[in-house]
Design a protein around this ligand. Structure first.
Ligand code: EPU
Length: 344
C-alpha cells in the first residue's frame, strides 16, 4: 500500500476540475484501511473519503489524507422465498453493481442504472431516478466513524433517508467512511415504470407483446439517460448540479398562478404539506438551457446539468452557478442549492 504525496485528483472527479490531495491512498483490504487510519492519526492528518468523484466540487488543494476504497466484493448474506440480501463493498462501481444484481436475479435497482459513482456513495445522497430511490433497497450501511475510529452499522431507519439526503449527509457529514452497503432485493421482477418516459416505453412494449423484464427496463433507463445526460467521460459534469427545491404547497400554489406549467411533484414523506419543483424547468425558463458562461455551460438537453469545457477551473463553475442562482431567484424567488459538495 503506497501513500502518494501531492496526488493529482483531476482524473478522479467527474467535473475534471484541477486539484491535488496533500496525501492520497487506495486501500484493498480492511486491514490496510485500519493501518491507514492509524497512520493518519499518528501524523495528525485529517482523513477525507473519496468515492466515484461524481458528487463533489474538487477544490485546488485538499489537505490531509484522501482515501478511496478499491474493495469491490459482493457476498450473499441470506435469502427467503421472495427476497435475497447481498452485502456489497463500497468501492464497487454503482452501475456495475446494478448490472450484476440483475445477473444474480436480484431485482429493484434497474431504474438506477448508469448513475455515476460508487456503491459506497449511493446512500450518502440517497441516489434516485425514475421513481426509485436507493434507500428503499438498503437494509444496512456499515463503516467507520472517522473522528472516533469506531465501527458502526446503520439500519435503514437509522439512515434517515429522504429526497437526496441521509444521516451521512447530515449528522455524520464528512465523519463516516462507508465500507459496505447491504441490499435486500426481490427475487421476482416488478417493473417500476410510472415515470413518464418509461411508461410510454412500457405501453409500446405491451402493444408489441414484448416481455417487460429487468434487462429491458434497464436498457430503457440507459437509453433515456443517454439521450438527456452527458457522459462524464466525454463532457465533464456531476449529473444534476442543483437539487429540486422543496417548498410548501401554498408557495407552489402561488407560483402556479403565475407559471401554470411549473412541474410540481408530491413529496412522499410530507403528507402533502410540502412539494418538490423541477429546478431544471426553472433554469430553462431563465434561458440558461444550452447557455455558456466562460468555460462552463448548462447542458443543451437538461438545463439542470452543469458541464465544463477543457481547461475549466473552479472559478468558471462558481461564476455560472451564481449567475443561474441569481436569475432563478429574480424570476421565481427560489434559492437553488447545489447538489455536489465542495471537497477540500
Ligand atoms: N425540464 C425542463 N427543462 C430542462 C430540464 C427539465 O423543462 O432543461 C422539465 C422536464 O420537462 C420535466 C421536469 O423539468 O417536466 C423534470 O425533469 P427530469 O424529468 O429530467 O428530472 P429532474 O427532476 O430534472 C431528477 C433527478 C435526476 C434523475 C431524474 C429522473 C434531481 C436533482 N435530479 O431530475 O437525477 O435522473 O429526476 O428521475 O433530483 C442526478 O441526480 O444527477 C440525476 C440525474
Amino acid at each position: 500500500m503506497k501513500i502518494f504525496p501531492q496526488y493529482d485528483l483531476s482524473a478522479l472527479n467527474t467535473l475534471s476540475l484541477p486539484g491535488r490531495a496533500e496525501y492520497f491512498c487506495r486501500f484493498n483490504t480492511t486491514s490496510d484501511l485500519l493501518c491507514l487510519l492509524r497512520e493518519a492519526d499518528e501524523r495528525q492528518l485529517k482523513v477525507k473519503v473519496l468515492g466515484g468523484g461524481s458528487n463533489l466540487i474538487l477544490q485546488p488543494q485538499v489537505s490531509g489524507l484522501v482515501i478511496q476504497s478499491a474493495m469491490d466484493g459482493v457476498v450473499k448474506l441470506s435469502e427467503d422465498e421472495s427476497s435475497v440480501t447481498y452485502c456489497v463493498d463500497a468501492g464497487l462501481n454503482w452501475h456495475q453493481w446494478v448490472l450484476r444484481s440483475i445477473e444474480l436475479g436480484a431485482y429493484g435497482l434497474e431504474n438506477l442504472a448508469l448513475i455515476p459513482g460508487s456503491v459506497g456513495a449511493s446512500p450518502v445522497q440517497n441516489i434516485g431516478a425514475y421513481g426509485v430511490e436507493v434507500g428503499q433497497a438498503i437494509v444496512a450501511v456499515r463503516g467507520v466513524q472517522l473522528s472516533t475510529q469506531q465501527w458502526m452499522s446503520f439500519s435503514q431507519q437509522q439512515c434517515s433517508f429522504s429526497y437526496r439526503d441521509s444521516v451521512f449527509k447530515q449528522q455524520f457529514n464528512n465523519d463516516f467512511l462507508i465500507t459496505q452497503v447491504v441490499f435486500k432485493l426481490a427475487k421476482v421482477f416488478e417493473p417500476q415504470v410510472s415515470y413518464a418516459p418509461l411508461n410510454k416505453m412500457a405501453e409500446q412494449a405491451l402493444v408489441n407483446k414484448l416481455d417487460i423484464n429487468a434487462q429491458r427496463v434497464t436498457d430503457w433507463v440507459i437509453g433515456v439517460r443517454n439521450s438527456k445526460l452527458p457522459n462524464p467521460a466525454e463532457t465533464p459534469n456531476a449529473g444534476s448540479f442543483f437539487t429540486n427545491p422543496i417548498i410548501t404547497k401554498s408557495q407552489a400554489d402561488e407560483l402556479l398562478k403565475l407559471f401554470p406549467d411549473l412541474p410540481v411533484y408530491p413529496l412522499v414523506d410530507s403528507l402533502g404539506a410540502r412539494v418538490k419543483i423541477a429546478a431544471g424547468w426553472l433554469i430553462d425558463q431563465c434561458g440558461w438551457k444550452g447557455r455558456s458562461l466562460g468555460l462552463a455551460k448548462m447542458h443543451d438537453q437538461q438545463a439542470l446539468v452543469l458541464t465544463l469545457k477543457p481547461g475549466a477551473c473552479q472559478q468558471d463553475l462558481v461564476s455560472i452557478q451564481q449567475a443561474v442562482q441569481a436569475d432563478v431567484m429574480a424570476k421565481f424567488g427560489i434559492q437553488l442549492r447545489p447538489e455536489p459538495q465542495p471537497f477540500r
